[in-house]
Design a binder for this molecule. Structure first.
Ligand code: NDP
Ligand SMILES: O=CCS(=O)(=O)O
Length: 255
C-alpha cells in the first residue's frame, strides 16, 4: 500500500449506505477497513474492491465491546493510520406506538446506535488523533434525530444522541485537527425497513412504493464530499433527504 493512501474504517459495510460508501471511497482511491456481522458479505465485497484498493475485512458486532477491541487491536500495520471513521452501523426496530413496542427492541437500538457508536469511536480515537489534520469522523445520524414522528420513539432519540455527541466530540477534537460531522439522511432505500419490520419484505416494499427515496449511493456521495474537503473545513451537520419527504403536516388529534 502506498503510504499516502487514506484509510477509512467503516462500520456496517455489509449493506445499504455502508456498502455504498465502501464502493464510493474505493473508486476515489481510499483503502478500506470494512466491518459488520455478516463476514461472507464483507469477503464478497473485498473480492470486488480489492482489485483497485487495499481492503481489510473483519467481523465485528458493535454491541459487543470485546469484538470491537479484537478488531481494533489486530489491525494489520498498513491499515493503522486511519483518516476516516464512518460510524454507519445502525438499526431501527418496530414502527408501532411506544405503548406497544418491544422493550428488547428499544434496548437493541440503544446498544447498537448509541453504545456501539460510542465504543467504536472511543477505541479508534487515539488513531484518529495520531493521524492529525484531515482526520474525520462521520456519524450517520438521521432526520429522525430531530423530527419526531409516530413510531419513531427510541430510534429517533438514539439519532438525537448521535447528533449531540457529534457536536460535543467536535468541541474536544478541533484542537487536534480531527473533524466531526453528523450526516443525517432521510428515507433511503436499503435493507433498513425490512430489518425494522423484522424481515417482512412485503411491508418494506409497500413502504417505498410510489416514492422516490434516496439511494445509498446518494448518501455515500455526501460522505466522500465531507471527507475530502480541505483540512480546515468541517461540515458540522449535513441533512440530505429525498425531495418527496416532508416534515409537515402537523397533526392535531381532536376529541
Ligand atoms: N435507510 C434509511 O432510511 C436511513 C438510514 N439511516 C441510518 O443509516 C445507517 C445505515 O442504514 P442502512 O444502510 O439504511 O440500513 P441497512 O439495514 O441496509 O444497513 C445497516 C448496517 O448496519 C449493520 N449493523 C446493524 N447492527 C449491527 C451490529 N450490531 N454490529 C455491526 N453492524 C451492525 C448491518 O450489518 P450486519 O447486519 O452485517 O452486522 C448493516 O451493514 C444506520 O445507522 C441507519 O440508522 C439514517 C437515515 C435514513
Ligand atoms: O433514519 C431513518 C429515516 S426514517 O425512516 O426514520 O424516517
Amino acid at each position: 500500500m502506498h503510504e499516502t493512501t487514506p484509510i477509512a474504517f467503516i462500520t456496517g459495510a455489509t449493506s445499504g449506505i455502508g456498502q455504498a460508501c465502501a464502493e464510493r471511497f474505493a473508486s476515489a482511491g481510499w483503502g478500506l477497513i470494512l466491518t459488520g456481522r455478516r463476514l461472507k458479505r464483507l469477503e464478497t465485497l473485498k473480492q470486488h474492491l480489492a482489485e483497485s484498493v487495499p481492503v481489510h475485512v473483519a467481523e465485528m458486532d458493535v454491541t459487543d465491546r470485546s469484538s470491537i477491541e479484537r478488531v481494533v487491536e489486530s489491525l494489520p500495520e498498513p491499515f493503522g493510520n486511519i483518516r476516516l471513521l464512518l460510524n454507519n452501523a445502525g438499526v431501527a426496530l418496530g414502527k408501532g406506538p411506544a405503548q406497544e413496542a418491544e422493550l428488547d427492541d428499544w434496548l437493541t437500538m440503544i446498544q447498537t446506535n448509541i453504545s456501539g457508536l460510542v465504543t467504536v469511536t472511543r477505541l479508534l480515537l487515539p488513531r484518529l488523533v495520531a493521524h492529525g489534520p484531515g482526520a474525520t469522523i462521520i456519524n450517520i445520524g438521521s432526520i429522525a434525530g430531530h423530527t419526531p414522528y409516530p413510531g419513531g420513539h427510541v430510534y429517533g432519540a438514539s439519532k438525537a444522541f448521535v447528533e449531540q455527541f457529534s457536536y460535543n466530540l467536535r468541541c474536544d477534537l478541533s484542537g487536534v485537527g480531527v473533524r466531526v460531522t453528523d450526516l443525517a439522511p432521510g428515507m433511503t432505500e436499503s435493507e433498513f425497513t425490512e430489518v425494522r419490520m423484522k424481515g417482512d419484505r412485503e411491508v418494506a416494499r409497500r413502504y417505498y412504493a410510489g416514492t422516490r427515496p434516496l439511494q445509498p449511493g446518494d448518501v455515500a456521495a455526501q460522505a466522500l464530499h465531507i471527507a475530502e474537503l480541505p483540512e480546515h473545513v468541517n461540515i458540522t451537520r449535513l441533512e440530505v433527504a429525498p425531495l418527496c419527504q416532508q416534515w409537515s403536516p402537523f397533526t392535531i388529534l381532536r376529541e
